[in-house]
Write a new protein. Structure first.
Length: 75
């Protein structure tokens, strides 16, 4: 699922996600728990302000973000 993402823009441009939009709702990133790479993309496992865990993928070639995975916080 393609998503809109606002990023921290350091010396390399959009380096890490700050918040992302799901439908009409913006979700702030509270923590980047992990980050990894493949030849075409960067992946971020983040905890949103809602407590859920999300995996976001940034395709550097196309400059597109997608939501790869979502897991609600267990109560």
């Amino acid at each position: 699922m393609k998503i809109a993402v606002e990023c921290y823009a350091g010396h390399k441009g959009g380096e890490r996600p700050l918040r992302f939009r799901l439908g009409e709702r913006w979700i702030a990133v509270r923590e980047i728990a992990d980050r990894w790479y493949d030849p075409e993309a960067s992946f971020f496992r983040v905890r949103g302000e809602d407590g859920a865990i999300y995996i976001l993928r940034h395709d550097q070639r196309l400059d597109e973000w997608t939501l790869v995975s979502y897991r609600r916080q267990e109560l």
